[in-house]
Design a protein around this ligand. Structure first.
Ligand SMILES: Nc1ncnc2c1ncn2[C@@H]1O[C@H](COP(=O)(O)OP(=O)(O)O)[C@@H](O)[C@H]1O
Ligand SMILES: [Mg+2]
Length: 268
């Protein structure tokens, strides 16, 4: 199992969109996947067509990671027509905001990791959609994760923002999560033919080298249309959505390779 957090310093850069794109790729490929919605806004739950008023949600899991609570919180996504074990979700909740303070105690920072160890389902991939801050919720996600992908737009401050996020993850790694490593930086909302964007992407590559993941994700309105209809981009008609889907397939492949490498290293 590979646990991957999608994180960034701020909102609106595309964490939820990348999580949905990867979930869509995993769904199309039949990779058993669990998505955990750590953002109190619960956008990824909406995008995966899961009622946010679910019986149990991520706040209940953080309060009490008992196996029964976890099993009740795990909900099949609307994409998999009620079938459990294919693409499941632990829905988000506005109540999780109370865990987002910077001083969240170690006990709670370890809660999500404990919960994942107690799920009865076997997932190959766990995607954690993080809130737009590096507070308690993102840190709890990192403690539970093997890899973190930092999402950024190709903007003026993207190098500094990606650097801060990677440093914060490294600090959590040293204190509480020895297994945590960066998967890399996903560059989102790239405008084709924008010299400014090209310049910013080169700047990121100079600073972070191979950590800048390929391909980057272009800015396309079909992505918003698919999200607005709570449908996977892989089932959205048209050439543009097929191209986006192919990009997410490649990013998924990269994440799954990291999972395989981890298994080999542990076996060695
Ligand atoms: N590549 C893209 N092309 C078009 N719209 C995008 C793209 N990425 C994100 N968006 C839109 O931008 C807004 C913010 O993205 P979102 O994924 O919610 O960011 P975050 O989760 O980081 O706050 C959403 O309305 C989303 O549909
Ligand atoms: Mg989001």
């Amino acid at each position: 199992m590979l646990v991957l957090s999608l994180s960034s310093l701020k909102g609106g850069v595309g964490k939820t969109s990348i999580t949905l794109g990867l979930a869509s790729a995993a769904h199309a490929r039949g990779v058993p996947t669990l998505v955990i919605d750590m953002d109190p806004q619960a956008d990824v739950s909406t995008g995966l067509d899961v009622p946010v008023s679910a019986e149990m949600d991520v706040a209940d899991v953080l309060l009490s990671p008992r196996p029964r609570t976890i099993q009740q919180a795990i909900t099949p996504s609307g994409w998999s027509e009620g079938k459990r074990g294919h693409l499941d979700v632990i829905p988000g909740s506005p109540r999780s905001a109370e865990f987002d303070r910077p001083s969240l105690s170690e006990k709670y920072l370890r809660r999500l990791k404990e919960a994942l160890a107690r799920t009865d389902q076997s997932y190959r991939l766990v995607l954690i959609d993080c809130p737009p801050s590096l507070g308690g919720l993102t840190r709890a996600a990192w403690v539970a994760s093997h890899r973190v992908a930092v999402v950024t737009e190709p903007g003026l401050f993207s190098v500094a923002a990606a650097d801060r996020a990677l440093r914060a993850a490294d600090e959590v790694k040293r204190r509480l999560a020895r297994q945590l490593q960066p998967l890399g930086i996903v560059v989102n909302r790239v405008r084709t033919n924008s010299l400014e964007h090209e310049y910013r992407i080169n700047e990121l590559k100079e600073m972070f080298g191979p950590l800048v993941l390929s391909p980057s994700v272009p800015e396309r309105s079909v992505l918003q249309q698919a999200q607005g209809s709570a449908r996977p981009i892989h089932s959205w008609p048209g050439e543009t959505s097929a191209q986006l889907a192919a990009g997410f397939d490649e990013l998924l492949e990269r994440a799954l390779r990291a999972g395989q490498m981890r298994r080999r290293d542990r076996g060695a």
